[in-house]
Write a protein that binds this ligand. Structure first.
Ligand code: NAD
Length: 520
C-alpha cells in the first residue's frame, strides 16, 4: 500500500461523473488505475459497436446544426473555452498524473496545449475558412469560389502519452471548421479528455457534438473508422498502418501521426551547459514517452568525453519519484507493460555488447512502473533499441568523426518524425538541419520549439506518418473543398454557325494572349 496522497479533486463522485459520458449498453467496464500505486480509480464503461454507431448518429444530428451556425458564433465557444481550460489546469493535471503517471511539470505543460491551439486558430480560422473568390476560365464573365465545407463527423483515435493534447487539441480545429467529433482515447488515459469535453460543453459547445467512446483499439477501431468522415490518428506506426489501410478502403482521408527514433547531432562548437539542460528534457521529458523525444545522440569525437560526462552527471542528478507536486523531474512510465518493454530494450542492448553509463533498472521502490533515466553507449543496429522506438527514458550516445558521417547516421532509420541539431554557429547548424530527413528539426532545442510553433504544420515523413497537425493544413484537412463556378454568359465553345477551324485558331491565340498579359 502506498503512502501517496491522491489529490482531493479526484473524488469518486467526480471520476464517476466523467465516465458517465461514455456510452455502454453492454455494461462492460475496464479497470482504470492510478499509475503511481496501481490502485483502482474508476470502472471505465466499454462501448459496443452499436454504441459507437449511435454516438455517430447523435454527433451527425448535432453537426448539421453546428455547421449551419455562423463561424463567428462557433469561434465564440473557443474564446470562452480558452480561459476555462487555463482556469482548470490544476484539476486537469491531477487527472493526467493519476492516469498516466507523468510528473506534474509535464502534466501542467500538457494542459497548456489545447489553449495554445485554440488561441492560434481563433486568430487564423476566419481567414483560412473564408470563401476565396478566384477568376474563371474566361475573364469578366466567369469566376470560381473555393468554399470550405466541414467533412462531417471526424473520428479521432488518441494514444496514452499525451491524451489531453491529442484528444482535445486535435479536435479543436475539426470543431471550429464545423465538424462533429467521435473520440476514442486509450482506456488507460480516458479521464483527462473526458474532462476536456465537459469543459468545452461548459463553454457552450452543443451537447452531442463531441462524443467519447471507449474500448480496446481492435474492438472499437473498425466501427469507428467505418462511420467516420475522416480519421485523425496518433499512435504507433504498426497501428497507423492498420488504420490507414481501412481508411483507404473506405475512401476517407486520414492524418497519421506515428512513432519516431529521433536523432540529435551535436556540433563541435556547442555550449555544453545549454545543451545538457535542454537535452535532459528532450530525452527524459514525460519519462521518455514523447513521440518527438530524442533516443540517439551523435557527439563530435573531439569533445566526446567532455559532453558524455556532463550529460551522464546531469542524468544522475535527476530527481525521480511519484508526487502530485512539482518536485520530481521524472515521473513513472505509463504501465508495467511499458516498463517491461523498456527493460527488454536495455537487456537486449547489454546482451549484445552495449554499456550502461547510468540507470538501466526498474525502480519498484518508487512505484510499479518506474524506470531509471538511462544512458547507453555502444548501441548498434542489431539491437532492438538501435533501430526501433524504445519510448522510455533511454538514450544512446554515439561518437562521430565528420558531420557528413553524423548526418548519414541520423538519416539511417525508417522513421522521420523529429530531429535536433546543436551548435553555436546558427547558420552552420541550420545547414546541417536541412540535410536531415524529418518532418520537424529543432536547432538548439530538442523538440518543444517545433511542437509549440502552432502556425507551422508538424508531422512525420517516412514511416512516421502522413499529413500534419498545426498550421493552415491542420485546419484545412478537416474540410472538403467545393469549387463553386459561375458563368455569367455562355461564351465557352464555338458560336452557333462559326467555322470550327476559325474558332480553334481564335481560342489558341486567346490562350497565348492571356498568359502574356497575365490574365491566366
Ligand atoms: P498504439 O498505436 O498502440 O495506440 C494508439 C491508439 O490506437 C490507442 O487509443 C489504441 O487503443 C488505438 N488502437 C490500437 N489498435 C487499434 C486498432 N487496431 N484500431 C483502432 N485503434 C487502435 O500507440 P500507443 O502505444 O498508445 O502510443 C505510443 C505511440 O504513439 C508511440 O509510437 C509514439 O511515438 C506515438 N505517438 C506519436 C505522436 C505523433 O504526433 N507523431 C504523438 C504521440 C504518440
Amino acid at each position: 500500500m502506498s503512502t501517496l496522497t491522491r489529490p482531493a479533486t479526484l473524488s469518486d463522485a467526480f471520476l464517476e461523473s466523467l465516465v458517465a459520458r461514455v456510452p455502454s449498453t453492454s455494461g462492460g467496464t475496464w479497470k482504470l488505475t492510478e499509475v503511481y500505486t496501481g490502485e483502482h480509480l474508476v470502472d471505465l464503461p466499454q462501448s459496443t459497436p452499436e454504441d459507437i454507431e449511435r454516438a455517430f448518429e447523435t454527433a451527425r444530428v448535432a453537426q448539421r446544426a453546428w455547421a449551419a451556425t455562423p463561424l463567428r458564433q462557433r469561434l465564440a465557444v473557443f474564446k470562452r473555452a480558452h480561459d476555462l481550460f487555463i482556469d482548470n489546469a490544476l484539476t486537469t493535471a491531477d487527472l493526467l498524473q493519476a492516469e498516466s503517471g507523468k510528473n506534474r511539470r509535464m502534466a501542467i505543460e500538457e494542459t497548456c496545449d489545447p489553449p495554445m491551439v485554440m488561441s492560434h486558430y481563433l486568430k487564423r480560422a476566419p481567414k483560412v475558412l473564408a470563401p476565396k473568390r478566384r477568376g474563371g476560365p474566361v475573364p469578366l464573365v466567369s469566376h470560381s469560389t473555393e468554399i470550405r465545407q466541414p467533412k462531417g463527423v471526424v473520428g479521432i483515435i488518441a494514444p496514452w502519452n499525451f491524451p489531453f493534447a491529442t484528444g482535445i487539441s486535435d479536435a479543436v480545429p475539426a470543431l471550429m471548421a464545423g465538424n462533429g467529433v467521435v473520440l476514442k482515447p486509450d482506456n488507460k488515459t480516458a479521464l483527462s479528455p473526458l474532462f476536456g469535453v465537459s469543459l468545452l460543453e461548459q463553454a457552450g459547445l452543443p451537447k452531442g457534438l463531441f462524443q467519447v467512446v471507449c474500448g480496446e483499439g481492435p474492438d472499437v477501431g473498425p466501427t469507428l473508422i467505418d462511420n467516420a468522415s475522416y480519421i485523425m490518428f496518433t499512435g504507433s506506426t504498426a497501428t497507423g498502418r492498420t488504420i490507414g489501410e481501412r481508411a483507404g478502403r473506405n475512401l476517407i482521408g486520414a492524418c497519421l501521426e506515428l512513432g519516431g527514433k529521433n536523432p540529435q547531432i551535436v556540433l563541435d562548437d556547442v555550449d555544453v551547459d545549454e545543451w545538457v539542460a535542454s537535452t535532459l528534457f528532450g530525452v527524459f521529458g514525460n519519462t521518455g514517452q514523447i513521440c518527438m523525444h530524442i533516443e540517439r545522440i551523435y557527439l563530435p569525437e573531439s569533445r566526446y568525453d567532455e559532453l558524455r560526462s556532463a550529460f551522464v552527471r546531469a542524468t544522475e542528478a535527476l530527481r525521480i519519484g511519484a508526487a502530485y507536486d512539482f518536485e520530481p523531474e521524472v515521473g513513472s512510465l505509463v504501465s508495467v507493460d511499458q516498463m517491461h518493454r523498456v527493460l527488454s530494450h536495455v537487456e537486449d542492448a547489454v546482451a549484445k555488447g552495449a554499456t550502461v553509463l547510468t540507470g538501466g533498472r526498474p525502480r519498484p521502490d518508487l512505484g510499479p512502473a518506474f524506470f531509471e533515466p538511462t544512458v547507453l553507449e555502444g548501441v548498434t543496429t542489431d539491437m532492438d533499441c538501435g533501430v526501433t522506438e524504445t519510448f522510455g527514458p533511454v538514450v544512446a550516445l554515439h561518437p562521430y568523426r565528420t558531420v557528413d558521417e553524423a548526418v548519414a547516421l541520423a538519416n539511417d532509420t525508417d522513421y522521420g518524425l523529429n530531429a535536433s541539431v546543436w551548435g553555436a554557429d546558427l547558420d552552420r547548424a541550420q545547414a546541417v538541419a536541412a540535410r536531415i530527413e524529418a518532418g520537424n528539426v529543432n536547432v538548439n532545442d530538442a523538440l518543444a520549439t517545433a511542437y509549440a510553433s502552432k502556425g507551422t504544420p508538424s508531422g512525420g515523413v517516412k514511416q512516421s506518418g502522413v499529413g500534419a497537425r498545426h498550421g493552415d493544413q491542420g485546419l484545412l484537412k478537416y474540410t472538403d473543398v467545393q469549387n463553386l463556378a459561375v458563368l455569367k454568359k455562355q461564351v465557352l465553345g464555338a458560336r452557333p454557325g462559326q467555322d470550327y477551324n476559325a474558332y480553334v485558331k481564335q481560342m489558341l491565340t486567346g490562350l497565348k494572349m492571356m498568359r502574356r498579359t497575365g490574365i491566366r
